[in-house]
Design a protein around this ligand. Sequence first.
Ligand code: COA
Ligand code: ZN
Length: 325
Amino acid sequence: MNNVWQGGGRRIHIQEVGTRDGLQMEAQFVPTEDKIALVDQLSATGVAKIEVTSFTSPKAIPALRDAEIVMREIRRAPGVVYTALVPNVRGAERAIESRTDELNLVMSASATHNLANLRMTREQSFDALAQVVRTAQQAGVPVNVSLSCVFGCPMEGDVDEAETAAWAQRFVDLGVQGLTLCDTTGMAFPTQVGRVTRAARERWPGTELTLHFHNTRGMGLANVLAAIDAGADRFDASLGGLGGCPYAPGASGNVCTEEIVHALALMGYDTGVDLEALLSASRLLPVLIGHDTPSQLLKAGCRLDLHPAPADFEAVRERALARPH
Ligand code: COA
Ligand code: ZN
């Protein structure tokens, strides 16, 4: 049965961010042992990477104030990369001490959003993150840099693509292993995504490239497909479609992991993810967070989860067949 969901086509890597991008927004604190159990369950689904938590200031993101315990106590599945968001050197030290596989550094492509989210100018952020990169390199821990608001800023509007590419280039020059282009508030649209993804693939062929979309305006899946056509093969997605940045007005959920996996499997892509296992995990979320999730797949079921015909179907058919035609 699972093979149905593991088509033999091109490999697309799915990176689960629900326990970070998702839970950081939730008002209800999810108990530490439940977070650990959720990550353990996700580890068994076949996702390539899990963004477990963030080592941010507990005052800024109280929902993830238990980052150390969660990172230390999860059971690590071979082949899964356990990453965490890190805003500064303090966060990097905490993450490295907790045996995080990869540090995900964050800076905004938008000057305004960077100040709102990280309380620094982009130049200050870059200098601080360059120091984080050195700390990680000394510890032998790989670094991914996530650039927020690449496809638009809710306060500034369009963000200059050449300027964004120049920031990305400065990180590539520092020797980071991966770059994530983030659509923090769902402003990306498919033709823009195609152009930006193609340019990034051509410019940094040796860098692991991830696309991170939010479904705020219903364009999430369309953007994923446009990015695949332009050469991308790694996507962040969030179980149940949770997510959003507390420092970006109007932010809402990431593209929903189970919806992306379902759609890509139907199209013949190989995500390596067991959809049933993912859905089982997603079903638990409403209890953990105290409300429904945006997942449409959980409500509707998979494409071929069929329903019985109405109870009077036989009678209806006989009557129809008895009529002259
Ligand atoms: N881990 C733990 N505590 C941290 C920390 C970290 N990585 N970075 C800063 N702190 C603490 C400081 O010790 C200080 O604590 P105190 O008030 O008890 O002395 C407090 O946070 C403020 O520190 P300061 O250096 O003045 O930072 P700041 O207030 O300018 O905050 C950030 C900067 C970026 C660290 C903070 O705003 C943050 O963590 N933001 C979260 C961003 C985020 O995750 N956004 C959503 C995802 S895109
Ligand atoms: Zn996000």
